[in-house]
Design a protein around this ligand. Structure first.
Ligand code: NAP
Length: 281
């Protein structure tokens, strides 16, 4: 069984991106810039944002964090986003989620100009992805896609099963696999016979949030299994896949932690660089 080492693959991707930033700097005499807006004091959000800044600096991006207290009003945030939309030194804008309840998430997402939407959440980018056009793609499914391609470069004709239909993970994952000519089944909490659906998959991507939902006898021999789940349990952080059981049947499997997680930030950097490159065309 191949243990898909997301940490190593993400580190290789960051090295490639570092070289790319250096080339862009020579060509355009400027570097791509990522601005993150952080609202409130949620500990996980603060850690994510800090890691994003550290990784952005490592590859040579210009990185800024704008912090607001959780009491900040929606209008101020929207005005700031509009200002950043018009700032040429900013290639990508990310507003760290979740937001305080009094701020409308969808309004925030839709105020970010699509060309700087490094999260790929703007409806225009969602539409572009489903139409097969070039656009920002949400970072976690993009990371999963790159991991799958490392194991199997030609996905054409493969049967893929995606568990979960969130806008963040399941739906964009489905679009990426469809673009690669997979036959994709997207499943969710109302799906009947989930185990039987999973057993048909040459590729399974689990993005659910239920610890160890996917068992060994749900997986076809030699399937590629990508575990997006991050679940806190008494025995520590586990994924949506029962690692011990599935590792005995799968051809390749991501561990949790150390699989999909590290790819997410690397893909955010990639999206920022891609936004910059599109803006220079
Ligand atoms: P979400 O928005 O809560 O969506 C979960 C999806 O799973 C929903 O579509 C839901 O179906 C489906 N589901 C729930 N119970 C199910 C069941 N018994 N059988 C089949 N499907 C079921 O979650 P998310 O944001 O996509 O995140 C999923 C997991 O990934 C979480 O553990 C999260 O922490 C993790 N995550 C990891 C990363 C990373 O970087 N590794 C990034 C983001 C998220 P319905 O639509 O019918 O409700």
């Amino acid at each position: 069984m191949i243990l898909i080492d997301g940490k190593k693959i993400a580190s290789e991707l960051r090295e490639e991106l570092k070289k790319e930033v250096s080339l862009l700097k020579s060509k355009y005499k400027k570097v791509p810039g990522l601005t993150v807006i952080l609202i409130g004091e949620l500990a996980p959000s603060k850690i994510y944002v800090k890691n994003k800044e550290k990784s952005a600096n490592e590859v040579g991006l210009k990185s800024d964090i704008i912090k607001y207290p959780h009491t900040i009003d929606e209008k101020t945030i929207l005005e700031k986003i509009k200002e950043l939309n018009n700032d040429e030194s900013v290639s990508g804008i990310l507003v760290q989620l979740p937001l305080p309840k009094h701020i409308d998430k969808q309004k925030v997402i839709e105020t970010i100009i699509p060309s700087k939407d490094v999260d790929g959440f703007h409806p225009e980018n969602v539409g572009n992805l489903s139409s097969g056009y070039d656009s920002s793609v949400p970072c976690t499914p993009l990371g999963c896609y790159l991991l799958i391609k490392k194991i199997e470069p030609n996905l054409s004709g493969k049967k893929a099963v995606v568990i979960g239909r969130s806008n963040l993970n399941g739906k964009p994952m489905t679009q990426l696999l469809l673009k690669e000519n997979c036959t994709v089944t997207i499943t969710h909490s109302k799906t009947k016979y989930l185990k039987e659906e999973c057993l048909k998959g040459d590729i399974i991507v689990a993005a659910v949030g239920i610890p160890e939902l996917v068992r060994g006898d749900w997986v076809k021999k030699d399937a590629i299994v990508i575990d997006v789940g991050i679940n806190k349990t008494d025995k520590g952080i586990v994924g949506d896949v029962n690692f011990d059981e599935v590792s005995k049947v799968a051809k390749a499997l991501t561990p949790v932690p150390g699989g999909v997680g590290p790819m997410t930030i690397a893909c955010l950097l990639k999206n920022t660089i891609d936004c910059f490159k599109r803006s220079q065309k």
